[in-house]
Write a protein of this length. Structure first.
Length: 241
């Protein structure tokens, strides 16, 4: 799904930041060799970090249903991952670069979240929006200066763009066949006898006489469609001390 996030960002920048201007959009690592080969104004969206948004992990499951209302399966909610992009502008003049960065910042600030209908590819079919943050303070474990050092280039004005993206995790658990039988329940007191296979159990013979009364019987089902039979025996309370 990362490539679908790339295409979503490409479309967003073209539509809301460039407004028809002849500026290229690239996703390459902005190294010295890349900048030397560049021959046109460019906005670079470099994906430099991918990590799970652990505080947003949801351990619950949700159900999907057939058209007739029967459950089809149960699925885990998508897990979120933070995709961090280093957004830079490359032109011949710093003023033009600042202008492009300002246009990108304005475009990203208009979108605190991207709805599934605004996404590309399979991200349209999942139920969660993509959350967008831009130019926020970095945590202690991240440094833009370290990124530039790893790229071998000089520090350059940039925007730190982070998209919390849902990724479908795990496989659905198919629901079992629907229960079509109606239960039959018999409720009896603790002195009622219990029969297994037509015979009273040893414990029942010791606990109660054969003619112990059944307090209540609840039956369901019909002659055409028999229900299952469930017997519930009461348990005598322990004497108070």
């Amino acid at each position: 799904m990362i490539e679908e996030i790339d295409e979503t960002l490409r479309d967003l920048v073209k539509r809301e930041a460039l407004n028809g201007a002849q500026v290229d959009i690239a996703f390459d690592a902005p190294t010295k060799d890349w900048s030397a080969r560049r021959n046109a104004p460019t906005i670079n969206l470099y994906l430099y970090d991918i990590r799970e948004d652990i505080p947003r992990r949801d351990s619950a499951w949700y159900a999907t249903y057939e058209d007739d209302g029967r459950m089809r399966d149960r699925r885990p909610w998508p897990r979120r991952y933070k995709l961090s992009y280093l957004v830079t502008a490359w032109t011949q003049r710093p003023e033009d670069e600042h202008r492009l960065l300002s246009a990108c910042l304005h475009a990203f600030l208009r979108h605190e979240a991207l709805a599934p209908s605004e996404m590309q590819g399979a991200l349209r079919d999942q139920p969660l929006a993509v959350e967008v943050t831009v130019a926020q303070p970095l945590g202690p474990d991240r440094s833009i200066a370290d990124v530039w050092s790893a790229l071998g280039g000089e520090l350059k004005p940039s925007l730190d763009l982070v998209l919390s993206t849902p990724f479908v995790a795990g496989r659905p658990v198919v629901a079992g066949p629907p229960v079509l039988e109606t239960p039959r329940v018999g409720v009896a007191g603790p002195e009622a006898s219990e029969r297994v296979g037509g015979k009273r159990t040893r414990a029942a013979r010791r606990a109660a006489p054969a003619d112990a009364p059944v307090l209540e019987t609840i039956q369901a089902g019909s002659d055409a469609q028999k229900g299952r039979i469930v017997r519930v025996r009461g348990v005598p309370r322990a004497p108070r001390r």
